[in-house]
Design a protein around this ligand. Structure first.
Ligand SMILES: O=C(O)c1ccccc1N[C@@H]1O[C@H](COP(=O)(O)O)[C@@H](O)[C@H]1O
Length: 206
C-alpha cells in the first residue's frame, strides 16, 4: 500500500515548501507552547495560505484550550487536527474537522481497545510513551505491540529516521509515517537531505 508521509514540526515557510517539493503529503504544526517546535497561530496560518494543493496541514495540540484550537482551525478550511494529549473522544470530535488521535504506546497497552475509544477519528497515530513528555521525544516503541489489524488507519510515529523508516514501513505497513526530530538540522529547522531521504525510504518500504 502507498505509504503517506507527514513531516511534523514545521516552523517556517521555506521548510514547508521544501517538504512539499520532496513529496510530503501532510505537514504538522505544533501549537504546544512547551515544544521547541512551537509555532504561533499567525505564523502557521500564513504558511498554510502558501501551501500547494493536495498537501494537508495538521494542527497539533496537547490538551489545549478550546479557544486556541478554534482560533487556529477556523482561519483555514484545510486544517486537520492531531490531538497529542489525553483528550477524550468527545473533546476531539467537537470541531467539525477530521482529526487523528495520538496514543503513546507502552508495554501492556491494548492498542486495539484504545483505538476503539475514538470511533470518530480519521486515523490513530502511535507514538512512544515517555513519562512527562507528550511527544517529539525521538524514541522508538516496540512495533511488535501493534495488532495486525486496527479499526482505523494507522499513522506510525516515534523516533523514525532516515535509517529506520524503510524497515518500519516494511514491518508495520502503516497508512502513513510521521517524523519530526529525525529530519531536523536543529530543533524546529528541517534538513533538506534528511527530508528527501526519509520520504524515499518510506516509499522504498511500501
Ligand atoms: O514535535 C514536538 O515537539 C511535539 C511536542 C508535543 C507533542 C508531540 C510532538 N511531536 C509529535 O511527536 C511524534 C514523534 O516525534 P519524533 O519523530 O519522535 O520527534 C510525532 O507524531 C510528532 O508529530
Amino acid at each position: 500500500m502507498n505509504c503517506r508521509v507527514k513531516i511534523c514540526g514545521i516552523t517556517n515557510v521555506e521548510d514547508a515548501l521544501m517538504a512539499c517539493r520532496h513529496g510530503a503529503d501532510a505537514l504538522g504544526f505544533v501549537f504546544y507552547a512547551k515544544s521547541p517546535r512551537y509555532v504561533s497561530p499567525e505564523v502557521a496560518n500564513d504558511i498554510v495560505a502558501q501551501l500547494p494543493p493536495f498537501v494537508t496541514p495538521v494542527a497539533l495540540f496537547v490538551d489545549a484550550d478550546e479557544s486556541l484550537i478554534t482560533k487556529v482551525v477556523t482561519a483555514n478550511s484545510r486544517w486537520m487536527i492531531q490531538f497529542h494529549g489525553s483528550e477524550t473522544e468527545a473533546e476531539c470530535s467537537g470541531y467539525q474537522r477530521p482529526y487523528m488521535k495520538a496514543l503513546r504506546v507502552k508495554e501492556g497497552d491494548d492498542i486495539a481497545s484504545l483505538t476503539d475509544q475514538y470511533p470518530t477519528a480519521s486515523a490513530i497515530l502511535l507514538d512512544a510513551y515517555k513519562a512527562g513528555v507528550p511527544g517529539g521525544t525521538g524514541e522508538v516503541f516496540n512495533w511488535s505491540l501493534i495488532p495486525a489489524s486496527l479499526s482505523k488507519p494507522l499513522v506510525l510515529a516515534g523516533g523514525l529516521t532516515v535509517e529506520n523508516v524503510e524497515q518500519a514501513v516494511k514491518q508495520v505497513a502503516p497508512y502513513a509515517v510521521d517524523v519530526s526530530g529525525g529530519v531536523e538540522l536543529s530543533k524546529g529547522l528541517k534538513s533538506e537531505s534528511k527530508v528527501q531521504e526519509f520520504i524515499s525510504g518510506a516509499k522504498r518500504g511500501q
